[in-house]
Design a protein around this ligand. Structure first.
Ligand SMILES: [Zn+2]
Length: 430
């Protein structure tokens, strides 16, 4: 989907609905605006339920200052105006009050943008705007000062966040990523000390292998391939709804019986992916006109080395990721279902998946279907897409339970003898 072909009023409906549905704003809070090519500002209205906005509710403040629409513009119109005045390069402004970011705004500290390479890539810098009365010109000035410095992400003291971008999808992507990292840091600090990455660590992730593959032109699509595309789209959308993915982060792949495989595309909005966006990779070549996910060569190596693996999921489920960014042990020997599906989870040192595909791939096996890549992601494999997805859900659910358990008492682990009984009962191999 190319956002530039969608009318500004419809974009405002689309993104406000998405923000509201994900619990990132309340009925009365938050506002969005888009500056169109004629210099008119389209903005969400004041005093209308954010959960049921339509395109006719949107307000257009024309370049000459006249207002077109059935409602008043948002009460925060002054700071939207200030941002566009300070930064003519920005064409979309997003403001909301998601709980995790509001927590940071109350504590008046920024979340750590250096915990994950994917976050630092999307959110490079953040500043804090001094508190002022909501809707006031003073608040507009305080926010505008941060934007004039070239910063696109501003935390409003005791209020929320304001993000500017060249288009609304980019603003949303930054917003969702920021909300994700805020939630992650809060969870990680409940179980340990989150570790930040330095510049040289980030440099490791800049490989562009996924764009250097040769192309092939597919001359047919088997029903096996079409079914796999359909099943991937179903689970990718579900993963997005469940928070296992953000808009552009997260990779799924599925092996086909001819040895080729299907993989998610690079940098495309996961919420609206269609069957024809999925990229087929065959004999080291990619389907013509498509760009596969950056992890494509690692997935290719894993399929080569492990004939029993038919699906690979690489994701960032927030509770599991709290263990990925700290040294807190993630122990599956706490819940039988978790041990049966995931076995003991290995931790792979940061960066290895970028520089050593073979070594990373060699970590997997029948007794190791899932790993955690420090300060990066989790990778889960399966004999089928559904089995891999189940494992991913179980990992996230287990992580959630372990984090919560520490609040109600001491964690009791399943004993070695009890694990041996599970291995016999479920015929688990080492
Ligand atoms: Zn507000």
């Amino acid at each position: 989907m190319n956002i530039n072909y969608i009318h500004p009023a419809d974009q405002l409906v689309m993104f406000m609905q998405r923000i509201y549905d994900k619990g990132m704003t309340t009925t009365s809070g938050g506002n969005l605006s888009i500056m169109d090519d004629d210099g008119n500002m389209w903005i969400t209205p004041a005093g209308v339920d954010k959960g049921s906005l339509t395109r006719n509710d949107m307000v257009c403040v024309m370049a000459d200052g006249s207002i077109v629409g059935q409602h008043r513009p948002s009460s925060e119109y002054p700071f939207h105006k200030a941002v566009y005045r300070m930064r003519p390069d920005l064409k979309a402004v997003l403001h909301a009050h998601p709980p995790a970011l509001v927590s940071f705004s109350i504590a008046r500290v920024c979340p750590d943008l250096d915990l994950l390479p994917s976050v630092r890539k999307i959110c490079k810098e953040m500043q804090i705007a001094v508190y002022a009365v909501p809707g006031s010109e003073e608040l507009g000035d305080n926010i505008g000062k941060c934007f004039v410095d070239g910063c696109d992400i501003v935390l409003l003291e005791n209020h929320g966040v304001c993000i500017g971008a060249a288009d609304m999808f980019t603003a949303f992507k930054k917003f969702e990523t920021l909300d994700y990292i805020a939630n992650l840091e809060i969870l990680a600090k409940r179980i340990g000390n989150p570790k930040s990455l330095n510049d040289s660590a980030f440099a490791v992730t800049t490989t562009r292998d996924h764009t250097r593959m040769d192309d092939f032109i597919p001359n047919s699509h088997t029903t096996e391939e079409l079914a796999a595309r359909r099943d991937m789209i179903t689970l990718i959308r579900r993963s997005y709804r469940q928070g296992l993915f953000t808009a552009t982060q997260g990779t799924y792949s599925v092996r086909l019986s001819d040895g080729s495989f299907l993989i998610t595309p690079y940098d495309q909005d996961r919420a609206y992916l269609e069957e024809d966006d999925i990229v087929r990779v065959k004999s080291g070549m990619k389907e013509q006109g498509r760009t596969p996910s950056r992890a494509v060569l690692l997935h290719q190596k894993m399929y080569e080395m492990h004939p029993d693996i038919h699906a690979i999921l690489q994701a960032h489920p927030v509770h599991a990721m709290a263990f990925v960014v700290t040294d807190a042990p993630f122990d599956t020997r706490t819940i039988p279902e978790s041990y049966i599906l995931l076995r003991d989870i290995k931790r792979i040192p940061y960066g290895r998946n970028y520089v050593d595909h073979e070594g990373t791939s060699a970590e997997f096996g029948p007794a190791c279907p899932a790993v955690m890549l420090e300060n990066d992601c989790v990778i889960v494999t399966g004999e089928s897409l559904l089995q891999a997805f189940d494992r991913l859900e179980v990992m996230e659910s287990t992580a959630h339970s372990i984090i919560n358990a520490s609040a109600v008492g001491n964690i009791v682990h399943i004993s070695k003898e009890e694990i041996d009984d599970i291995k016999v009962a479920f015929k688990l191999i080492d």
